[in-house]
Design a protein around this ligand. Structure first.
Ligand code: PLP
Length: 384
């Protein structure tokens, strides 16, 4: 068994059987020539299977200790694949603090199809247990969550879900398998937007699901092929290139984010710093138990509210004001009007997404440049 960083570079990525190419080639082909009817080397048509995608799928499966990986066109395509295991009349329990697109998918696509979701505000095992119904089929959690970085106890929720014969899916996009492996803690499905840290360079949109159960993998694979929600060869190749450095990037993201969180705590104009690595974070002890590092995301509530947030975000120079996260470059966003704009305003206000809340995806630049940029933007934001 190769260890994590070795798997990231080698799992699924042996020399190319046709040429010996050391790096898995981009098999940019839709079809594969057969020598006789049905006689081929395992590939027939690239929706059903493609060697570049297969390499990525094997690598991601290895990183999560899964056995079965599937690579999709986007994170939301991956989520759609998972939710399509359900049938009308089935019920979903999900944490409230979710990626905005996930909340929208549940409420505006799957609910009208007859799959209702109960959202639970606090993701404690007791609240999740109380929301289960006889027709619940899946529990969906995101930890750390987006954008409030709440922590959910994967092992405790897995026990409750399994006691009720229900699957547990964990959106592990923020932590990645470098910091947290949901399947090791009992989850049935690890779900990713590979657009973020796994790809890591803000140059590709993709998604993935990793599972241990062969039957579950088979059902997901059937749906992936039947609906065509696959990652293309070039996207798979870019993601594979990114994932090779996942562990070293995550180490640096964690180090820089911890420094940012410490620096901003108590800084003038900052009302609250939310980071699981801070001892005052309500999920800190759980994060210590469940994660190998606290991640690269830091959320900050500015004392001056929305106008301060606006000036702060406009003044940043090292940070780009942009949607998305998890790239090597630092990104900042205003969740209420960007990533979480698809959530109704009243719901956002209730959950504390608005006002002065900004979300930072701390990149792997020199920490001095990151801190100087934040300090300068804070000074601008404080100027009336
Ligand atoms: C971005 C994101 C998604 C959606 O992924 P796409 O690749 O944009 O479709 C899902 N979950 C989380 C936590 C995300 O950050």
């Amino acid at each position: 068994m190769m260890r994590f960083a070795t798997s990231a570079i080698h799992a699924g990525q042996g020399p190319d059987p046709a040429t010996g190419a050391t790096i898995v080639p981009i098999y940019q082909t839709s079809t594969f020539t057969q020598t006789s009817i049905g006689v081929h080397q395992g590939y027939e048509y690239s929706r059903s299977g493609n060697p570049t995608r297969a390499a990525l799928e094997s690598c991601l499966a290895a990183l999560d200790g899964g056995g079965h990986g599937l690579a999709y066109a986007s994170g939301l395509a991956a989520e759609t694949g998972v939710l399509s295991l359900l049938a009308p009349g089935d019920h979903i329990v999900a944490v409230s603090d979710l990626y905005g697109g996930t909340a929208r998918l549940l409420a505006s696509v799957f609910a009208p199809l007859g799959m209702e979701t109960t959202f639970v505000d606090d993701s404690s095992p007791e609240s999740v247990a109380a929301a289960l119904r006889p027709n619940t089929r899946i529990v969906w959690v995101e930890t750390p969550s987006n954008p409030l970085l709440q922590m959910t106890d994967i092992a405790a929720i897995a026990e409750i879900a399994h006691g009720a014969g229900v699957w547990l899916a964990v959106d592990n996009t923020f932590a990645t398998p470098a910091l947290q492996r949901p399947l090791d803690r009992g989850a049935d499905l690890a779900v990713y937007s590979t657009t973020k840290y796994i790809g890591g360079h803000s140059d590709v949109v993709g998604g993935a699901v990793v599972v241990r159960d062969a039957d579950l993998a088979e059902r997901l694979r059937f749906h992936q092929n039947a609906t065509g929600s696959i990652a293309g060869p070039f996207d798979a190749w870019l993601t594979l290139r990114g994932v090779k450095t996942l562990e070293v990037r995550m180490e640096r993201h964690c180090r820089n984010a911890a420094a940012v969180a410490a620096h901003l705590t108590g800084a003038s104009g900052v009302a609250e710093v939310i980071y699981p690595g801070l001892e005052g974070h309500p999920g800190h002890e759980l994060a210590v138990r469940q994660m190998r590092g606290f991640g690269g995301m830091v959320s900050v509530r500015l004392a001056g509210g929305v106008s301060a947030a606006e000036r702060f975000l406009e003044s940043l120079e090292v940070f780009s004001l942009a949607e998305s996260l998890g790239g090597v470059e630092s990104l900042a966003c205003y969740p209420a009007r960007m990533t979480h704009a698809s959530i109704p305003e009243a719901e956002r206000e209730r959950r504390g997404i608005g006002g002065g809340l900004v979300r930072l995806s701390v990149g792997i630049e020199d920490i001095e440049d990151i801190v100087e940029d934040l300090d300068r933007a804070l000074r601008e934001a404080g100027r009336v």
